[in-house]
Design a protein around this ligand. Structure first.
Ligand code: T6T
Length: 316
């Protein structure tokens, strides 16, 4: 039995820059543009942001794309320009494609705060709040290595789409860390387009092409839910160790019934809350922190009751 994994990372804050002006101080309307609608990670983020906005006397309106894709998110960003919110909290669905639309916000004197994902161009947002995703990938690798123990075999990463800053960083951290375990062969990542059904299919295909598969790291909620389904369908639950990212209600019940052996959970409500606080600081001439790193925890069946505050919500 594995009982470590209550590790909390992050929580730290890196870098300071001054707030930039108070020209918009009377405008109390904030907007949140998550990566995708109706998804427990972003719902939890929205709950944290809404509660904080209310407490500070601001309004917050959320508009989310149907799909985690720049083509769906871009029209929301450009549409929001007309509403003239004081600040926009946004989770860009691509680290390059959203730079143009987000620059339009900045050029219209709307403060831009990145929540969760971020752009490669660091000149647009005032502040970026996220988990330390590279560290999350390392933690996933350590967790998976501990689970497989001395067994020799292959491990797979199921990833979302290239250009998603968070999941790219998780794979990078995983790859670097798993290389330290000589009994484990990393066979690389497969993209799922952030779609659970595709993730399940990739598991089925890999089980037949790679008979020595002993582990899978699924880099987010949908890939994880799909991977658990794929292993169940193949009758391989528990034989192939599955470490997921996030803690949706479905992932948590799958952890409880043994479909996952571990989950790396984030703290999306705090990301939302901190996003609102940074927006207000930027608007009122307060001190703005350029990069904020929020908690990550590794949750197993053994410690899940103690870690329940990290479980994501389906409604506020
Ligand atoms: O893992 C989260 C988020 O951090 C990532 O950027 C995209 O996927 C999620 O929303 C979960 O589906």
């Amino acid at each position: 039995a594995v009982s470590l994994f209550a590790t909390a990372c992050g929580g730290g804050q890196v870098g300071q820059s001054g707030g930039s002006g108070s020209s918009n101080a009377d405008n109390k309307s904030l907007a949140l543009i998550p990566g995708v609608s109706a998804e427990p990670f972003y719902i939890s983020m929205q709950c944290g942001a809404e509660a904080e906005a209310k407490a500070k006397g601001y309004t917050l309106k959320t508009q989310a794309p149907q799909k985690f894709a720049p083509a769906d998110q871009t029209p929301i960003v450009t549409g929001i320009l007309a509403n003239k919110p004081a600040a926009v909290l946004i989770a860009p669905t691509d680290d390059k494609a959203l730079a143009g639309p987000m620059k339009q916000l900045k050029d219209a004197s709307i403060k831009v705060i990145e929540v969760d994902t971020s752009l490669q161009d660091t000149s647009i947002a005032e502040s970026s709040i996220s988990s330390n995703n590279e560290q999350g990938g390392q933690l996933a690798a350590q967790t998976l290595a501990k689970l497989v123990g001395d067994k020799k075999g292959s491990v797979l990463v199921l990833n979302t789409t290239a250009g998603t800053s968070t999941t790219d960083a998780r794979e990078k951290g995983f790859k670097e860390e798993i290389a330290k375990y000589p009994n484990i062969k990393y066979v690389g990542q497969q993209y799922t387009d952030n779609d659970a059904a595709q993730s399940a299919q990739k598991v089925t295909a890999t089980l037949s092409s790679t008979p020595d598969l002993i582990g899978i790291f699924a880099t987010n909620l949908n890939t994880g839910e799909g991977a658990a389904t794929g292993l169940r369908t193949a009758g391989k639950t528990g034989q192939v160790n599955l470490v997921g990212f996030d803690a949706s209600p479905k992932e948590v019940s799958d952890l409880k019934d043994g479909s996952f052996q571990a989950l790396i959970a984030q703290d999306p409500a705090t990301i939302g809350k901190d996003g609102v606080d940074q927006a207000i600081a930027a608007l009122t001439g307060g001190s703005v922190t350029r990069n904020i790193s929020t908690d990550l925890v590794s949750i197993t069946k053994d410690n899940m009751d103690a870690q329940s505050k990290y479980f994501y919500k389906s409604s506020c």
